[in-house]
Design a protein around this ligand. Structure first.
Ligand SMILES: [Zn+2]
Length: 140
Protein backbone atom coordinates (compact mmCIF):
# COMPACT_ATOMS: atom_id res chain seq x y z
CA UNK A 1 0.00 0.00 0.00
CA UNK A 2 1.72 3.15 -1.06
CA UNK A 3 -0.82 5.95 -0.81
CA UNK A 4 -4.27 6.98 0.46
CA UNK A 5 -5.82 6.20 -2.91
CA UNK A 6 -4.92 2.52 -2.54
CA UNK A 7 -6.04 2.51 1.09
CA UNK A 8 -9.45 3.93 0.13
CA UNK A 9 -9.82 1.27 -2.54
CA UNK A 10 -9.14 -1.42 0.05
CA UNK A 11 -11.57 -0.15 2.72
CA UNK A 12 -14.07 2.06 0.83
CA UNK A 13 -16.64 2.01 3.67
CA UNK A 14 -14.11 3.65 6.02
CA UNK A 15 -13.98 6.69 3.74
CA UNK A 16 -17.68 6.96 2.91
CA UNK A 17 -19.91 9.35 4.84
CA UNK A 18 -19.63 12.95 6.00
CA UNK A 19 -16.06 14.16 6.56
CA UNK A 20 -14.57 17.31 8.07
CA UNK A 21 -11.12 17.08 6.48
CA UNK A 22 -8.67 14.41 5.42
CA UNK A 23 -4.94 15.14 5.36
CA UNK A 24 -2.60 12.17 5.17
CA UNK A 25 1.00 12.62 6.27
CA UNK A 26 3.59 10.62 4.33
CA UNK A 27 5.53 9.62 7.43
CA UNK A 28 2.52 8.51 9.42
CA UNK A 29 0.80 6.75 6.56
CA UNK A 30 1.93 3.22 7.38
CA UNK A 31 0.70 3.67 10.96
CA UNK A 32 -2.66 4.86 9.67
CA UNK A 33 -2.92 2.06 7.10
CA UNK A 34 -2.26 -0.46 9.86
CA UNK A 35 -4.93 1.19 12.01
CA UNK A 36 -7.44 0.88 9.15
CA UNK A 37 -6.55 -2.81 8.78
CA UNK A 38 -6.86 -3.41 12.54
CA UNK A 39 -10.23 -1.68 12.66
CA UNK A 40 -11.44 -3.64 9.66
CA UNK A 41 -10.53 -6.85 11.45
CA UNK A 42 -12.09 -5.70 14.73
CA UNK A 43 -15.37 -4.88 13.00
CA UNK A 44 -15.53 -8.39 11.64
CA UNK A 45 -18.34 -9.06 9.20
CA UNK A 46 -20.35 -6.07 10.39
CA UNK A 47 -18.79 -2.96 8.90
CA UNK A 48 -21.94 -0.87 9.40
CA UNK A 49 -21.64 2.57 10.83
CA UNK A 50 -17.87 3.11 10.86
CA UNK A 51 -16.19 5.87 8.88
CA UNK A 52 -13.42 8.41 9.27
CA UNK A 53 -14.49 11.98 10.02
CA UNK A 54 -11.13 13.69 10.13
CA UNK A 55 -7.46 12.86 9.65
CA UNK A 56 -4.98 15.63 10.35
CA UNK A 57 -2.05 16.85 12.41
CA UNK A 58 -2.49 18.46 15.81
CA UNK A 59 0.15 19.41 18.38
CA UNK A 60 2.82 17.78 16.22
CA UNK A 61 1.26 14.34 15.98
CA UNK A 62 -1.52 12.60 14.08
CA UNK A 63 -5.10 13.25 15.07
CA UNK A 64 -7.75 10.90 13.72
CA UNK A 65 -11.49 11.10 14.38
CA UNK A 66 -14.12 8.61 13.34
CA UNK A 67 -17.80 7.95 13.69
CA UNK A 68 -19.09 4.61 14.88
CA UNK A 69 -22.86 4.47 14.71
CA UNK A 70 -24.74 3.23 17.73
CA UNK A 71 -27.16 1.49 15.39
CA UNK A 72 -25.48 -1.89 15.29
CA UNK A 73 -27.05 -3.17 18.49
CA UNK A 74 -25.99 -6.76 17.94
CA UNK A 75 -22.34 -5.74 17.92
CA UNK A 76 -20.12 -6.68 20.83
CA UNK A 77 -19.81 -3.51 22.97
CA UNK A 78 -16.12 -4.26 23.41
CA UNK A 79 -15.59 -3.41 19.74
CA UNK A 80 -16.20 0.31 20.29
CA UNK A 81 -13.80 0.33 23.21
CA UNK A 82 -11.09 -1.53 21.30
CA UNK A 83 -11.36 0.82 18.33
CA UNK A 84 -11.07 3.82 20.65
CA UNK A 85 -7.97 2.32 22.21
CA UNK A 86 -6.37 1.55 18.80
CA UNK A 87 -7.00 5.11 17.72
CA UNK A 88 -5.24 6.51 20.80
CA UNK A 89 -2.30 4.16 20.24
CA UNK A 90 -2.00 5.37 16.65
CA UNK A 91 -1.89 9.01 17.74
CA UNK A 92 0.66 8.37 20.47
CA UNK A 93 2.84 6.28 18.11
CA UNK A 94 2.84 9.09 15.52
CA UNK A 95 4.47 11.44 18.03
CA UNK A 96 7.62 9.30 17.79
CA UNK A 97 7.65 8.97 13.99
CA UNK A 98 8.89 11.55 11.45
CA UNK A 99 5.84 13.04 9.71
CA UNK A 100 7.71 13.14 6.41
CA UNK A 101 9.78 9.94 6.15
CA UNK A 102 8.45 7.59 8.84
CA UNK A 103 11.79 7.08 10.57
CA UNK A 104 12.05 7.48 14.35
CA UNK A 105 11.51 11.08 15.36
CA UNK A 106 10.28 13.30 18.09
CA UNK A 107 8.25 16.43 18.64
CA UNK A 108 10.29 19.57 19.11
CA UNK A 109 8.47 21.87 21.48
CA UNK A 110 9.97 24.96 19.89
CA UNK A 111 7.27 27.60 19.45
CA UNK A 112 5.86 27.90 15.98
CA UNK A 113 7.03 24.56 14.68
CA UNK A 114 5.69 21.65 16.62
CA UNK A 115 5.92 18.49 14.54
CA UNK A 116 7.34 14.99 14.99
CA UNK A 117 10.42 14.83 12.75
CA UNK A 118 13.65 12.85 12.47
CA UNK A 119 16.98 14.66 12.84
CA UNK A 120 17.49 15.14 9.13
CA UNK A 121 14.05 16.60 8.56
CA UNK A 122 14.23 18.67 11.75
CA UNK A 123 17.32 20.33 10.25
CA UNK A 124 15.39 20.96 7.02
CA UNK A 125 12.49 22.40 8.98
CA UNK A 126 14.88 24.72 10.82
CA UNK A 127 16.35 25.80 7.48
CA UNK A 128 12.89 26.35 6.03
CA UNK A 129 13.37 23.74 3.30
CA UNK A 130 11.18 20.92 4.56
CA UNK A 131 9.04 19.51 1.71
CA UNK A 132 5.33 19.01 2.25
CA UNK A 133 4.54 16.15 4.61
CA UNK A 134 1.15 15.59 2.95
CA UNK A 135 0.03 13.30 0.18
CA UNK A 136 -1.30 15.36 -2.70
CA UNK A 137 -3.00 15.19 -6.06
CA UNK A 138 -3.54 11.79 -7.67
CA UNK A 139 -2.14 9.97 -4.62
CA UNK A 140 -5.38 10.77 -2.80
ZN1 LIG B 1 12.36 12.26 8.47
Amino acid sequence: MKNPKELKALYPYQFAGPQISMSFSRGWFSLFAQLCADIDQELGDDKRGFHWRQVKEKFGQARVCYQLAEGAVDRDPDVAEKIMSMRVQDEVASSKVCALCGRPGMIDLKPGWMLALCEEHRAQADAGTLPSIWFEGDEL
